[in-house]
Design a protein around this ligand. Sequence first.
Ligand SMILES: *[C@@H]1O[C@H](CO)[C@@H](O)[C@H](O)[C@H]1NC(C)=O
Ligand SMILES: *[C@@H]1O[C@H](CO)[C@@H](O)[C@H](O)[C@H]1NC(C)=O
Ligand SMILES: *[C@@H]1O[C@H](CO)[C@@H](O)[C@H](O)[C@H]1NC(C)=O
Ligand SMILES: *[C@@H]1O[C@H](CO)[C@@H](O)[C@H](O)[C@H]1NC(C)=O
Length: 496
Amino acid sequence: MQSDPALLASFLLLLPLVLPGQPQLVRNVLNSMDENGTFQCVVHLPNNSIFLQQLDQLQSTLQELISKYEQELSRAKEYVHVIEDQDSQTLELSHMLESRNLGVTVSQYDNPSFNLLRLELEGAQELAAQLKANGGVSGATDLLHQLQNQVTNASLTLKLLVDSARQSFHALREEVDILEGQLSECEREKEQEQSSRHPGLPLAPGSCAHGGLQKVSRPLVVKLNWRGLSSKAGAWGRDSAPSPASSLYWVAPLRADGRYFDYYRLHKSYGDLVLLKHYEQWKMGYGDGSGNTVYKNFMYFNYYGTRDMAKVDLSSNTLVLRRPLPGATYNNRFSYAFAPWTDIDFTGDEKGLWVLYATEESKGNLVVSLLNDSTLEVEQTWYTSQYKPALSGAFMVCGVLYALRSLSTRQEEIFYAYDTTTGQEHHLSILLDKMLETLHGINYCPWDHRLYVYNDGFLINYDLTFLTLKQKVPSSPMKRSSGALAPSKPIKLNKP
Ligand SMILES: *[C@@H]1O[C@H](CO)[C@@H](O)[C@H](O)[C@H]1NC(C)=O
Ligand SMILES: *[C@@H]1O[C@H](CO)[C@@H](O)[C@H](O)[C@H]1NC(C)=O
Ligand SMILES: *[C@@H]1O[C@H](CO)[C@@H](O)[C@H](O)[C@H]1NC(C)=O
Ligand SMILES: *[C@@H]1O[C@H](CO)[C@@H](O)[C@H](O)[C@H]1NC(C)=O
């Protein structure tokens, strides 16, 4: 803001010149009583041009002030818009977190340019009031009255603007503080969980020396995807090979239509991902849905509008292979519940690269195939008893398929497991909190034993905890599953 105190000063200097009682300006004064005894004072202005010039000057100075005010007004409006935009983003973010009162202290906020403008307007207001009070100057009263109204108007508007800007800023500040509080709380919980989880030796990266999935941590919200809230569907994660060559993180938000996979980004480290820097952004242009995964530095996905599997070399973004998946349905025939266009879902684990899909022969039930990751040939196939459109997602760990279903807008349950080693299935109940309603693209990374999940645009992850080998519960047909592993509620059998 171009604040000009000199303007106000020159304005104030005019004041004595136009006050009545200045002998050189007043030609004559007639005092008289009228018939009712009222004292009348009539001031005759001199017909000299000095006074008129000064009045002119006063008017133009006020005009200047007003146009300056209007400039500031439009700037202030922009500023308020920016704040409101930030506000609404923060609010959306905070809505997905449970709101808690953390005793936020609101820091004072004052914009110096608002203050200067306010001072100027107050000065002008005072001046106008004085002029009017000392007025009775014939001919100038209307002008003064009008100017005074304008100045009062300007002051009021300015006050409103400052207040609303301040409120927005405070609201924003408050949201940020709450989020920061929640983040540190989350980190604390995570530390506690980690220390309580590994009383003995932690599970080595990529190791399958455990007795199966036991527990899932609370979600850690990493950030909003780089395309923003409009990209509700997508996937992200790390390389799903048991010992990845790099600490690469990939993020693949779909277009706002929730179907078309066109761009992805690669970050060399977690820090780069969080700070959104040092990334490579590639255009793909031919993927369908959020079933992608990255395995041994290749990305696998469903080729748009076909039953083809596609394989892209991430070091050069070149499509190296495309091959149909025999019998697989596509074009949103048997997608997961709430996640359209997920007919063909790739997932990697300690045992290899898998593809999860459904066929007409399977009547829509989930089919698991182990792929040869060089040729994309199907090596072996298993048939589960679960209707794929009733599941909200699935992933593999150490050759065991785990399937999820939604319990509510805030909770998922890993309720079903299928062990490809034994060909047996069982029910279990491991709860999983979510921030927002829909999970897309669930990917497992054997290196850090985490799930990477795309949650309505937000990148979140979960730590997995495993039973020890001693605790291992043998896989058994579902009918015989009992005890701790029995589901907490009756299983809905979706027989098509
Ligand atoms: C004097 O008072 C009368 C009645 O109160 C009123 O009608 C009249 O207009 C007044 N005259 C002046 C000059 O004010
Ligand atoms: C005031 O002075 C100007 C010239 O300076 C003259 O034209 C005008 O008639 C005068 N008006 C009155 C009311 O004396
Ligand atoms: C003051 O503002 C009101 C509405 O905000 C407007 O209608 C009015 O004309 C303004 N008055 C002046 C003197 O600018
Ligand atoms: C994948 O297929 C190629 C070519 O047929 C073969 O050489 C390779 O051994 C296969 N990989 C596995 C893991 O079976």
